[in-house]
Design a protein around this ligand. Structure first.
Ligand code: AMP
Ligand code: MG
Length: 526
């Protein structure tokens, strides 16, 4: 059914102890683990697009063998199960060994295209890296991971994917508000898919322990398999490592610029949640900004410091990359100064990307032939940002409306409060007049005007996975109705299309959702 291989397991040394019990694991990249048996698995949802990439038919997805594999109750031929060791900085502090505490790899599928994809069950039971936790996942967080990773893919944001969402039939105890009132919740397992789940924290683990040979081996493995162009270009190990690190910096910059484009807030940008491939990984207490607020974070655990707030993500990614650089510096082959130079690729790439992205989001051009275009674009965009943060204005609706706005009143629907609109209208009028004049000058012909609208609608989604929409389908699922979940996934498949009849999925956050748990405030409990 699937052609499987396992380069991570076969190339890198592992832990000889086959027990699942929690422990520190030294000198190894992985530990073999056995997924916990679940009581009554059922396939709730799968991604037809991911199945197609893996060459799996609908019949195969619905077969008993597949259900057993996706729930941890059985293996397909060629599957081997293991968890990997990593460490990380959490909320700015060194946290030591973490590892796949509730993620179990099933091996690497070789897709019909020849590409390799690791399959990973999230919530399939304890591993040596579970510390004091149970290795399980609940339905609400699994729905959130499934929906968001697929939505991000369809939005064009690099991400891990989700193949399946399985209800286990087991109950899992969670204290969602950390207030001493645990409740039983339905257990679930998502099968995630990515070329690799290697994180910054994998490198940090070996660096922190002075296990230099293992660190070198991991760098080698990563570059050989996932950065083949860099492997081919550089024979010298240090040069190769530096080129690779600069590439990780650029990829991460492009990723964060995409998050800023669509209004995504990861919520827990710890170094153990940073993919070496520059993918969005580990969907926990993430959120989508409704009103454009750089200070907003969905994560209640982070409410005090707001370290991972929307507008702080670019700086935090850079900080995380510097921690990866520290890990590489322990090898002693590249000085911290040389690594810091490579890290400059981050700022350079981020600045270029965000500039281009927001120019497109505003429908402006810098190739229209006026010497002042670039500076006027910048001033116009900066002025809009200064106004956007003053009032509650829906980011997604605002940008979508700009494409066809002919008067300032066309921006009115993006405002959350009528009073604020009345207060702000005069200032926005001044901005809009300047903006409209600039747009008109840069897009003189009907053909250019049409191209502008098309370009804007390709970067400004109509539909995003608003926090309250996800919570509504979770509430329905808890009541046994999974149809809304499937419908929401379907809407998120075409986020840039108008989708007549589905406008209710593009509406502003309703007032009841402003402070409701799950809609704007999420804990790490999952
Ligand atoms: P996260 O905050 O989700 O990135 O998780 C940080 C660390 O905690 C990782 O090592 C996870 O594997 C681990 N972890 C989170 N939840 C659980 C759980 N329910 N059981 C075991 N380990 C967990
Ligand atoms: Mg994590």
């Amino acid at each position: 059914m699937l052609s499987l291989t396992n380069r991570f397991l076969n190339t890198l040394p592992g832990d000889p102890n086959p027990n699942n019990h929690s422990r520190q694991v030294h000198g190894a990249f992985w530990s073999r683990v056995t997924p916990a048996r679940v009581a009554a698995p059922s396939l709730l949802l799968h991604s037809p697009e991911v199945a197609a990439v893996l060459g799996l038919s609908d019949a195969q997805m619905h077969s008993p063998e597949m259900l057993a594999a996706l729930s941890g109750n059985g293996l397909l031929p060629g599957m081997e199960t293991y968890a990997t060791a990593y460490a990380g900085h959490q909320f700015g502090n060194w946290a030591g060994q973490l590892g796949d505490g509730r993620a179990i790899l099933l091996g690497e599928a070789v897709a019909p295209s020849g590409e390799h994809f690791e399959l990973q069950l999230k919530g399939a039971g304890p591993t040596p890296y579970s510390r004091r936790a149970d290795g399980r996942a609940v339905l609400r967080s699994s729905i959130r991971e499934f929906l968001c990773s697929e939505s991000m893919h369809h939005l064009g944001v690099p991400t891990t994917r989700a193949l399946s969402l399985v209800l286990t039939g087991d109950q899992v105890e969670r204290d969602m508000f950390y207030d001493g009132n645990p409740e039983l919740e339905p257990g679930a397992i998502v099968c995630r898919v990515a070329p690799t789940f290697i994180r910054f924290g994998h490198f940090e683990l070996f660096a922190s322990r002075g296990e230099h040979a293992l660190l070198r081996q991991l760098i080698d493995f990563t570059i050989t398999h996932y950065f083949p162009a860099i492997a081919a270009q550089h024979a010298d190990a240090t040069e190769r490592m530096l080129a690779w690190y600069a590439d990780v910096c650029s990829r991460t910059a492009r990723l964060i610029a995409q998050w800023m484009r669509v209004g995504f807030v990861h919520g827990v940008m710890n170094t153990d949640n940073m993919s070496i491939l520059g993918l969005t990984i580990d969907y926990g207490p993430y959120g989508w900004v409704d009103n454009f607020d750089p200070g907003w974070t969905p994560n209640t655990t982070d409410a005090g410091g707001k370290r991972y707030a929307f507008g702080r993500q670019p700086g935090i990614a850079q900080w995380n990359l510097a921690r990866l650089g520290d890990a590489l510096a322990t090898l002693g082959t590249a000085t911290p100064e040389v690594l810091a130079d490579a890290l400059e690729a981050y700022e350079r790439t981020y600045a270029g990307e965000v500039n281009r992205i927001f120019r497109d989001k505003f429908g402006l051009r810098d190739d229209a032939g006026h010497a002042s275009d670039a500076s006027e674009n910048e001033a116009t965009i900066d002025a809009a940002f200064a106004l956007l943060v003053q009032h509650e204005i829906d980011m997604t609706i605002f940008f979508r409306a700009l494409a066809t706005a002919v008067a300032v009143d066309d921006l009115h629907p993006a405002f959350y409060s009528e009073r604020e609109w009345q207060d702000a209208r005069a200032a926005w009028q001044v901005w809009f007049d300047g903006y409209a004049a600039l747009v008109a000058r840069q897009h003189a012909s009907p053909k250019q005007r049409a191209a502008r609208v098309a370009r804007m609608n390709a970067v400004n989604p109509k539909y995003v996975l608003r926090n309250y929409l996800a919570q509504q389908v979770i509430d329905s699922a808890h009541a046994g109705d999974y149809a809304p979940l499937a419908e929401l996934l379907d809407v998120m498949r075409k986020p840039y299309d108008e989708q007549p009849g589905r406008e209710r999925f593009a509406e502003k956050r309703p007032d009841w959702a402003r402070t409701k748990a799950g809609c704007s405030m999420l804990s790490c409990s999952s």
